[in-house]
Design a protein around this ligand. Sequence first.
Ligand code: NAD
Length: 234
Amino acid sequence: MTEDIVILTGAGISAESGLGTFRDVNGLWTRYDLEEVATPDGFARNPALVHEFYNTRRANCRAATPNAAHLALARLEREGLGRVLVVTQNVDDLHERAGSRAVWHMHGRLARALCAACGYRWDAPDFMDPQDTCPACAAHATRPDVVWFGEYPHRMDEIWERLRAATLFVAIGTSGQVYPAAAFVQDAGRAGARTLELNLEPSAGISDFDEARLGKASDLVPAWVAEVLAQAEP
Ligand code: NAD
């Protein structure tokens, strides 16, 4: 059977590359208040603090390398028979650096900048600063092109279309607490897809999945990809 696979990834797939999840006890997220660094109001209150947070994440991301899970998903896209789409909540670029081509960043990307005044987007410099000006309109309103709490994620209509067409939906390394991504398992399941969770700990929505496997992404994802590729062999 030719599969049409939609894979949702979260912070857990990048954890073994050294990029912390929300819950890492010593991680970057514990040193900053979410309301201050990941909301439009926080940015309006203290743009310097928000830029500092994302400059640090951008530097961490540059220093990180894709792990076995990212590489396995790229292999699945390259060697599988059907369609494979990665929808990621991550703002890092580890899927692309592993070789995946069909990657949609629903929460934006650290590597891009956005002008809050005119909507222009461009490649982010390594370090952003409130004094930077927009290359298009010259406003002092430059921000990371990431989706903050209270903002609408990117490409949602296209994502829902692909979830409706999917034969298999897989969620990897996501806690299932941030919507609308947390409801993708229900959207895909209602449309007839089989659903699989690969996660270190059970997500909030684990009972919505047909199957769940618990463990590290670097173990689970390559093993699952090998299974899918073996089933696709003539
Ligand atoms: P989360 O921190 O809420 O949950 C992480 C999940 O990954 C947990 O379920 C945990 O059990 C699992 N996990 C941890 N280590 C793992 C491993 N080695 N292998 C497999 N699973 C592992 O993250 P989320 O669900 O992605 O939260 C959503 C929000 O967090 C998103 O908006 C995202 O933008 C943001 N976020 C992104 C990054 C990044 O870009 N790398 C990092 C932290 C948070």
